[in-house]
Write a protein that binds this ligand. Structure first.
Ligand code: ATP
Ligand code: MG
Length: 251
């Protein structure tokens, strides 16, 4: 049965989507069967994988209209994608009154879990119902953390949500790991933040650190992961190494 990993951090712009897109592609290149579920109304994972945001049925149809996950999935050469767009933002409001509202994604993804080795879920930058659905569906949480001030506070909030999930909704949920992103070797700050996070979360931070790399920020506008856009860039190399570490956790 595939391992479901929610890629979450309620802080915006820390590298969740960049990690989802490139990790999906890197795991596929290692021969793993991978699905990327876009659970963010921004739809950045969808377009980043080269899938049209107007594609339907999509994540909204799966969560709100009972569409089968298998019918929503698009195959790309970088890995499979379950797309999303702006209409997903209606979900949080529309789901509020429904029974089992936290379990809809879990139930929907169970039908395709055997078809994959890894299912990554790209979460929106908040801790609202869409993220809660992802945390309930997931076996573990992968936390991208940007190397900047206040990084620790952000992780503390997320850890509280994970504990809340453990108590009430998903006792099995664990932390897959913390990945430091946008590391800038020219500043002391990046190094200090990375060291501080490692001190607070011993054994949970990946050895691979994702550098700040302009190729990573250019690739999405071409609708492809950096591994294809510029396979020899430092960004591509880093995500290949992260995929190796994560693969090794599930051998
Ligand atoms: P949101 O919370 O809005 O969903 P996010 O956490 O998914 O954001 P990304 O979209 O992955 O974050 O990254 C934010 C911006 O930073 C994007 O423009 C992306 O291209 C850029 N970026 C991400 N990682 C890197 C990196 N390692 N080096 C350079 N730019 C990066
Ligand atoms: Mg994002």
């Amino acid at each position: 049965m595939g391992k479901i990993i929610a890629v979450a951090n309620q802080k915006g712009g820390v590298g969740k989507t960049t990690t989802c897109v490139n990790l999906t592609c890197a795991l596929k290149k290692r021969g793993r069967r991978v699905l990327l579920v876009d659970c963010d109304p921004q739809g950045n994972s969808t377009s980043g994988m080269g899938v049209d945001k107007t594609a339907t049925p999509n994540c909204y149809d799966m969560l709100m209209n009972g569409a089968a996950a298998a019918d929503c999935i698009r195959s790309t050469k970088y890995g499979d994608v379950l797309p999303a767009n702006m209409n997903l933002s209606g979900c949080s409001v529309e789901l509020v009154s429904s029974e089992q509202r936290e379990y809809i994604m879990k139930t929907a993804l169970a039908a395709v879990q055997d078809d994959y080795d890894f299912i990554l879920i790209d979460c929106p930058p908040s801790l609202e119902l869409l993220t809660i659905n992802a945390l309930v569906a997931a076996d573990s949480v992968l936390i991208p953390v940007q190397c900047e001030y206040y990084a620790l506070e952000g992780i503390a909030d997320l850890m509280r949500s994970i504990k809340m999930c453990n108590k009430r909704l998903n006792p099995e949920l664990t932390v897959q790991g913390i990945v430091m992103t946008m590391y800038d070797g020219r500043t002391n700050l990046s190094l200090q933040v990375a060291e501080e996070v490692k001190r607070h979360f011993p054994g949970q931070v990946y050895a691979t650190v994702i550098p700040r790399n302009v190729r990573l920020s250019e690739a999405p506008s071409h609708g492809m992961p950096v591994l294809d856009y510029d396979p020899y860039s430092r960004g591509a190399e880093a995500y290949r190494m992260l995929a190796e570490e994560i693969s090794a956790q599930h051998e």
